[in-house]
Design a protein around this ligand. Structure first.
Ligand code: DON
Length: 573
């Protein structure tokens, strides 16, 4: 058993918590103390565990499960706390996906991706000459899709044991009474200050005269009031009434287009989880409107008949094989993937063994296949993000990835409502052939249409071994999400790594275009040189993803690890 604990000193801030329920979870001296907390990077738990991007969120999720909640209760509570303590990506103004498996074996996939507002149009980010207007889909009021997160939380809560008002209370308490910022969070808020001011029409809790520093308390009264409306009125507390009006008022002050009807009409989509076999392991992923599940499936199947375990972890042969698979999969993404309610995505073909064997027919283990030679396969069929994992004592498994897209989303704080809006519209293809913020290309399949969901790469993923819970995983990272999940699965299944190593070993990424391999700092230099000699262009980047993993050992132990790249932290019992 390995426990790797990072402690950091935070200042004590005296406070009186007004208890909303008889036995509050949050407060000084309570199970979760927002003024004193530690980051725990990895730990093994006998019964239940959570790993998320923030210690307070993981601790609340674990405490909820201790008090009779199942993994869905834990997930709802964790997600809500992330919306308070991790405003860069945790959210109620964004969207995401849940992939879950109940203890009875039923799989669930919930798509709470944002949608394009009714007034959105295909060329809305182009100038009169047809060129993409810089930044319009990235910052400010026009960059937001209609948020799906709150509807997603209620969809998740259908499988929970405890009343929603219990699950949301810790988030309300932390918003109302504050929590202590880490140095990294303080720096994040300071660097976004000018963008908040530029892109919002009112001031907010995130803006302070002098700089934020580690140990400061962030109190979010307006966000607490919004969360209370959700507690008291359910989904309507967000999509109708005061909160909806505050969103629309904010939009109108900033020339945004989200309307009361857009909000009222927002609906989650329940999808059929994408399930496939990899050498006896069952992998369960998210189908479109995320490309994530298809890409992970394609990647696993493209390497299935190759001797990757014998080649060895980060051997030139293993990395080159994985890179070539990634290149082919991203070419397919650009051509074929979009919102399945608007575009017929040929999922069956894209994930079939025969098609994928064909995709690798021109794979050459001695040299790079230039991306210009790799087109999307021919198909004959008609035609700042955050991830967390939860498992409970009964084996219910929940993986959720949720996002505002960029860090702090559109940087627009809804005046009087205290939360940030997403800039997810940038995930559409604004113009064929013009890359989005992650360099991803797209065309008709992912063109903007009113009510359509923009294509995602988010990949909440589960794996079973002999039909039993084995891995819960996922990560942020834009287009690097499915390739990070792929590497994490391969690290565990083929290279027999524990959760911590599977998460922390340096990663690499290829997405067809640009035709280069991104190598994470720490990737072995000799392998890099050998890849370059085979014709690959490489570029070194500082970090890829923030992957979370729960690996369930043969005796049921929940080996839980949070990525070293962030303040990710585990909790459980
Ligand atoms: O849905 C997507 O694929 C992107 N909006 C995810 C963005 C993301 O992961 C940012 N975090 N690093």
């Amino acid at each position: 058993m390995r426990n790797y604990i990072i402690l950091f000193t935070l200042f004590t801030i005296p406070c009186c918590l007004s208890a909303q329920n008889t036995n509050p979870i949050v407060g000084s001296g309570k199970a979760v103390d927002p003024y004193h907390y530690t980051i725990i990077k990895s730990q093994e738990f006998a019964h239940a565990s959570v790993v998320s991007a923030h210690p307070l969120a993981s601790m609340v999720g674990a405490e909820i499960m201790k008090r009779g909640g199942n993994a869905f209760d834990g997930a709802v509570a964790t997600q809500l706390v992330l919306a308070v303590v991790f405003p860069g990506a945790g959210n109620i103004g964004g969207g995401g996906f849940m992939v879950a498996r109940k203890k009875d074996g039923k799989t669930i996939a919930v798509d709470f991706r944002e949608t394009a507002p009714a007034k959105a149009s295909r060329d809305m980010y182009l100038d009169k000459d047809g060129n993409v207007i810089n930044n319009l889909s990235l910052a400010g009021h026009l960059a937001s899709g209609v948020p799906g997160s709150v509807a997603g939380l209620f969809a998740e809560a259908q499988y929970a044991n405890l009343p929603f008002k219990i699950l949301i209370q810790p988030a309300i308490d932390i918003a109302e009474n504050g929590f202590v910022l880490t140095e990294r969070q303080a720096a994040g808020l300071n660097s976004a200050k000018a963008s908040f001011i530029k892109n919002s029409t009112k001031s907010s809790a995130y803006i302070k005269e002098i700089k934020w520093k580690a140990g400061d308390t962030l109190i979010q009264k307006e966000l607490a009031a919004t969360l209370k409306r959700i507690r008291d009125l359910g989904q309507k507390g967000f999509y109708e009434g005061t909160t909806a009006q505050l969103i629309v008022d904010e939009m109108q002050r900033g020339n945004g287009i989200i309307s009361l009807d857009d909000l009222k009409n927002y609906k989650v989509k329940t999808r059929t989880a994408l399930e496939f076999d990899y050498k006896g392991y069952t992998i369960i992923g998210m189908p479109p409107s995320s490309s994530g599940g298809i890409i992970v499936c394609q990647l696993m199947k493209m390497i299935k008949d190759k001797p990757i375990a014998t080649d060895g972890f980060q051997s030139v042969a293993a990395v080159q094989l994985m890179v070539e698979a990634e290149r082919r999969s991203f070419a397919d993404r650009a051509e074929y993937m979009g919102d399945p309610d608007f575009w017929k995505v040929p999922i069956k073909t894209l994930t079939s063994d025969k098609y994928l064997q064909g995709r690798m027919a021109d794979y050459d283990p001695t040299k790079a296949t230039p991306s210009t030679n790799v087109k999307a396969g021919i198909i004959k069929e008609s035609t700042q993000t955050t991830h967390f994992n939860v498992i409970d004592k009964d084996g219910n498994m929940v993986a959720v990835t949720t996002t505002l897209n960029g860090t702090f989303g559109s940087k627009t704080v809804v005046g009087g409502a205290g939360f940030l809006m997403n800039n997810e519209m940038d995930d559409f293809s604004s113009k064929p052939g013009v890359p989005n913020m992650y360099g991803a290309l797209g065309g008709d399949a992912n063109a903007i249409q009113p009510g359509k969901r923009m294509l995602s790469a988010m990949s909440p993923t589960l794996a079973l071994k002999n039909g039993k819970p084995y891995i819960v995983t996922g990560t942020p990272g834009g287009t690097t999400i499915p390739t990070s999940v792929f590497q994490t699965l391969v690290n565990i299944i083929e290279f027999d790594m524990n959760a911590t190593d599977a998460v922390n070993k340096p990663k690499f990424h290829h997405q067809w275009q640009p035709d280069e391999i991104s190598l994470e700092k720490g990737f072995p230099d000799d392998v890099k040189k050998k890849l370059e000699a085979m014709g690959y262009k490489t570029k070194t980047i500082s970090e890829i993803g923030r992957t979370e993993v729960i690996k369930i050992l043969a005796d049921g132990t929940r080996q839980t690890a949070g990525d070293k790249r962030g303040e990710d932290s585990v909790a459980g019992y």
